[in-house]
Design a protein around this ligand. Structure first.
Ligand code: CA2
Length: 157
């Protein structure tokens, strides 16, 4: 059973309450509940946390070593600014999938650069709350493919 840590970055606690035209009406609590249910379906344990503080997110990523097999992260605006988060993801070497509610590639040029995404297995962007569900499926699939390759199975390309 894979253990997945879900991290939500700054301002995502406001989801469903402000700017619904960009970020929709689904609350963070609803996204978390959906991820917990999907995790159970996929045979993964899921723990969700949100912080507005870069250092707290860094500490959680560091402490994930030995406790979590994978990380699903929406780094919020830190996506586009934080070399520190990118270094942490690379440093702990825990497979990480980046997700975004909006299609960051269709937005302002500054949002089209992701420092964190460059250190991730992959990114899902633009599907609203479904980005998280798709990202969780991809992460769990990646972890089980990696495990079976470790046991002598055929690795995915
Ligand atoms: O599309 C995403 O998921 C983002 O990570 C959301 C970030 C943004 O800075 C990234 O470029 C893309 C912003 C999250 C702010 O969330 C709010 C939710 C409701 C009201 C205000 C902000």
């Amino acid at each position: 059973m894979s253990r997945v840590l879900v991290l939500h970055g700054p301002n995502l606690n406001l989801l469903g309450t402000r700017e619904p035209e960009i970020y929709g009406r689904t609350t963070l609590a609803e996204i978390d509940a959906r991820l917990l249910a999907l995790g159970a379906e996929l045979g993964a344990t899921v723990e969700c946390r949100q912080s507005n503080h870069e250092g707290v997110l860094l500490d959680w990523i560091h402490a994930a070593r030995g406790t979590f097999d994978g990380i699903l992260i929406n780094p919020g605006a830190f996506t586009h600014t934080s070399l520190a988060l990118a270094d942490a993801v690379a440093g702990v070497a825990i497979p990480t999938v980046e997700v975004h509610l909006s299609n960051v590639h269709a937005r302002e040029p500054i949002r089209q650069k992701s420092y964190v995404g460059a250190k991730c297995v992959g990114t899902v962007s633009g599907f609203g709350p479904d980005s998280y569900a798709l990202g969780l499926r991809a992460l769990v699939d990646h972890l089980s493919a990696r495990d079976s390759a470790g046991r002598g199975g055929v690795p995915k390309p």
